[in-house]
Design a protein around this ligand. Structure first.
Ligand code: AMP
Length: 413
């Protein structure tokens, strides 16, 4: 089946068409600057001449979807002859709150329940909903599935997800840890088990999703029991431009010292912090940071060292949380490609009896590879994530075996 995978941001729309028989993308692209001016890039992956790259007015997401569908079915660039060749649409939804513990077939109840939790992700969920509504308008008879970044982490126990602040904040406002990148953590922990000829229920796995946004998860016997991101993606690791863990008193202290509002500090912590800040605003891209470090730049050195140290601390914490670990996986842009940043993390892992094949690490980029030595007590893998394929797989499963979503209000603990 061909599945259209849609990932809507506030002014962008990323898409892929995945053929679930081959598990490969057959077309992909991006609409950008929606509502500002507009641009589309599109690639037919079966036919090298089927490309589009043009600036064109895109007033809203509905227009973006109509351009995508036109590109997919166009006689020159198209990868399908008609929309009837798209069997289903999978939508990435950032926040499912406590309403969604797994992917669901989209109907009006689901749309209302996503809207209900939108306060938790005010920048993302409304954009995701716009994408759903635009697709439903253009393809009213095609089944659609919502796949949530938070769903895989809903198995976390209260001791992992509760913040130690007065209970009424959880009861009244659902303030708790949710975690993100769940589609990736689930995909990698499931696929690495398959690769090892095991089921996820047989393994304790730590997944390090290290991209511009970054998170670590502890997956015990197939269930996530803890993850580093919290109410929002700001908690946890040092990221490209996000600060990660911070003493919350810093916010009040900065407000007292400057004229910054809470909103401005939030923006600073999300957009002007992380390795970008520690490197003295040099870059959030790890390739630039390594180049600068090798030229003797001390700020770049600090940024990379602090980043790796934080990842290692979370790995240590999750080994404790699971009372052991069988497999550690590195994934996403940095985790898959940045051999030197991975090596910075390994320095801290010797106590686990981990032995790394350094040569193998140095040549592994963007492919599945076991980079620990055979005698290592814990297996260490580079394991590329594929969130679009994961969304397509979840979508296919629900289309083949439809289950209607039932909205139940979870009682506060
Ligand atoms: P992601 O958010 O998963 O797309 O990851 C993006 C980040 O991966 C970029 O900001 C880079 O810092 C990093 N990255 C991508 N390719 C490489 C590479 N070949 N070497 C080092 N870092 C890379």
């Amino acid at each position: 089946m061909n599945i259209l995978v849609i990932n809507c941001g506030s002014s962008s729309l990323k898409f892929q068409v995945i053929d679930t028989d081959t598990q490969k993308a057959i077309a992909k692209g991006l609409c950008e600057r929606i509502g500002i001016d507009g641009a589309i890039t599109y690639e037919n992956l079966r036919n090298k001449t089927g490309k589009i790259k043009e600036n064109t007015r895109i007033d809203d997401h509905k227009k973006a979807i109509s351009l995508v569908l036109a590109a997919l079915t166009d006689s020159k660039t198209g990868v399908i002859r008609s929309l009837s060749e798209i069997g289903a649409v999978g939508h990435r939804i950032v926040h499912g709150g406590e309403n969604f513990t797994k992917s669901v077939l989209i109907d009006n109840d689901v749309i209302n329940a996503i809207r209900e939790v939108s306060e938790l992700a005010p920048l993302h969920n409304p954009a995701n909903l716009t994408g759903i509504e635009a697709c439903r308008a253009m393809m009213p008879n095609t089944p659609m599935v919502a796949v949530f970044d938070t769903a895989f982490h809903q198995t976390m126990p209260p001791k992992a997800y509760m913040y130690a602040i007065p209970l009424n904040y959880y009861k009244d406002y659902k303030i708790r840890r949710y975690g993100f990148h769940g589609t990736s953590h689930k995909f990698v922990s499931t696929e690495v088990a398959k690769y090892l000829g095991k089921t996820p229920e047989e393994l304790k796995t730590i997944v390090c999703h290290l991209g511009n946004g970054a998170s670590v998860s502890a997956v015990q016997y197939g269930k996530c029991i803890d993850t580093s991101m919290g109410l929002t993606p700001l908690e946890g690791l040092i990221m490209g431009t996000r600060c990660g863990d911070l003493d919350p008193a810093v916010v009040d202290y900065i407000m007292g010292k400057t004229n910054m509002s809470a909103y401005e500090i939030d923006q600073m912590m999300n957009k002007d912090s992380g390795v970008y800040a520690l490197s003295g605003n040099l870059s959030s891209d790890f390739r630039d940071l390594w180049k600068a470090r090798e030229e003797g730049n001390k700020n770049a050195e600090l940024a990379l060292d602090a980043w790796a140290y934080r990842v290692a601390k979370y790995i240590g914490a999750y080994v404790a949380a699971m009372n052991g670990v069988d497999v550690i996986c590195f994934t996403a842009g940095v985790g898959e490609n940045d051999t030197k940043s991975r090596a910075l993390i390994y320095q801290y892992l010797g106590y686990l009896g981990i032995e790394i094949d350094e040569e193998k690490n140095a040549k592994t980029r963007g492919e599945i590879a076991e980079i620990s030595k055979p005698e290592s007590k814990v297996k260490v893998f580079v394991f590329p994530t594929n969130e679009e394929l994961a969304i397509a797989q979840e979508t296919l499963a629900l289309v083949q075996c439809p289950v209607k979503y039932k909205h139940t209000k979870k009682k506060a603990e």
